[in-house]
Write a protein that binds this ligand. Sequence first.
Ligand code: NAP
Length: 344
Amino acid sequence: MTLNVGVIGVGMIGQDHIRRLTHVLSGARVAAVTDVDLDRARTVADDLPDAGLHASGAELIADPGVDAVVVTSWGPTHEEYVLAAVAADKQVFCEKPLATTEEACSRIVDAEVAAGRRLVMVGFMRRYDAQYNAVKSTIVGGGIGLPLMMHASHRNPSVPDFFTSDMIINDSTVHDIDTARWLFDDEIAAVTVLKPRVSSKARPGFNDPLLVLLEMSSGVLVDVEASVNSGFAYDIRGEIVCEDGTVELSESAGAIVKKAGHFSGRVPADWRERFSRAFDTEFQAWIGAATAGTSTGPSAWDGYAATVVCDAGLAALRSGAREPVTLRDKPDLYKSDPSRETRW
Ligand code: NAP
């Protein structure tokens, strides 16, 4: 059976996911597209075999030829489309964020709970990265004792002019926030944000880098160095310190060259290069689950929790103080969560 997918929002990542669904993965085809910029959507549809063009997301979701929905539009529009997909009883993959406010995320959680089954997967693709899974397998395996702390880095080479300090939390560190929750199978209890010396490459008024301290409920501490003007490459690092040893992400795939007394290797240019396989694995998992009428991976609860922690991070960025995180009670629907399964 082929899953007929409708894509809402055909910007950068929407087009990348369409390429993935059309040319890389199996079991799905793009059956329909839409975008607030209809000319852009038409251009994308024209390049696809038999893809319909819809004037709005609502129309696309209502299309009986669309089995499942991918939401890759601008963040503030996600709530409307995810709620409409849930109301139509269609599986939906929503790029992060699930929604941009705690209240909006909560409404999605309520709708899914009312539906009585999982229909929503959120695009936290690091959970499908082979290196992160190797790290998780090591700590779950227990051979190096209980985790105590994690040192992480999220370094972007550069960012567009519209990028702000808030976006370091909401768009960059959000991935580290989800990764910490998933690696330690635990919620984040508090956030502190420290502001080191500002990089001379940052625009005036822009705090870059930031040091974000996440306190897990268990007491594990996670420090995330988040910098978006590192200049050299896209560098994602993570080391977990446990009672009897440490485990860290290996360097990215690729060769290490030793020559003339030195060694060297490639650092990915951007997030697409670093996480390309993770995006493929993530989407293949979604296709498989959606075809079977179920969902998998990061849930609406995970999307909700990430947004609440980001809000605490923004508050900590402004206050300079430790900001506690308060989550609503976790509905039973999310208590046995397949996203907690280790994949490698
Ligand atoms: P983008 O290039 O700006 O694309 C968003 C597209 O959605 C644009 O074509 C935009 O049109 C369109 N759009 C805006 N409002 C819409 C609406 N109401 N209905 C339908 N389409 C609408 O942004 P992007 O970088 O692809 O990001 C899209 C989403 O993916 C964001 O939520 C982002 O956070 C997420 N993302 C996730 C990752 C990851 O690592 N998982 C990486 C990149 C992006 P206009 O340009 O005309 O506004």
